[in-house]
Design a protein around this ligand. Sequence first.
Ligand code: BDR
Ligand code: CA
Length: 304
Amino acid sequence: PRPIIIDTDPGIDDAVALAIALYSEGLDVRLITTVAGNVGLEKVTLNALRLLKFFGKNIPVALGADRPLIKEPIDASDIHGSTGMDGFDFEEPTENLVLEEHAVNAMYRVIMASEEPMTLVPIGPLTNIALLLRLYPEVKGKIAEIVLMGGSTGRGNSGVMAEFNILADPEAAKIVFQSGLPLVMVGLDVGLKALVYPEDSEQLKDMNQTGRMIYQLFQKYRGGSMKTGLKMYDSCAIAYLLQPEMFQVVDTFVDVELGGSLTTGCTVVDLKGYLGKASNAKVCVDLDPQMFKLWFMESLKKCN
Ligand code: BDR
Ligand code: CA
């Protein structure tokens, strides 16, 4: 199995991505780090711990940044509820999985100690990853790839042009895109096609206890409006790791707008090469929705 670190802000779609990753045979989740995003740091960390308790998995958790590098914080409690994971009554975590180190130090230690190069999977704002790359540039030699959920080649979901994870900390995102590391951008182009409909959700209800839990979260996701499909953004990053064939990917140059009066936080994806810059990312531009659905359901069947 491929060793990975998941940097997350659970978040209902984060919860689903974590379920799939933690039960997958192809992935070895070595560390979970948390970052303020969908809701504040304390809440997202508690949610990560609740999920681990629910799954019965003892993976170390390290708390990361409680705010973006420069911008004022934003959140997505309108989508995920005020707890960040509204809809299910979780048992309170008992195991103390929380490390005393900051997420950035924990990532550094775990990356440097690994025999195999580590893959980072950020599915929240990129604050922790940017801090890691700035504080410990030596980790670059030991990172296989960063597969991140964020960005868009077109329009946004947190404003006209910006996707939430990039908009939440654009300066951090810019540091990551300029890092020179192998990057995969799994953004809205595919996330908007990774849809779960009411009839899929019904199937989850009787699948297993994880399915039941997710079914209940889905009743509250985006205010429970499921008819047009719930978007499984963060699961797409996990899908890319496990079944890249379902994606269409283009090698290209990506930058992040910081100074626009209307476009701050948008990813500028130079698909036509106007800027004449060398490519710095593999961008997922399309997804086979049927393959995704099949993979998604089969993956959740493997959970408890
Ligand atoms: C991203 O924003 C968050 O609300 C989701 O968890 C996902 O990571 C989608 O834009
Ligand atoms: Ca997320």
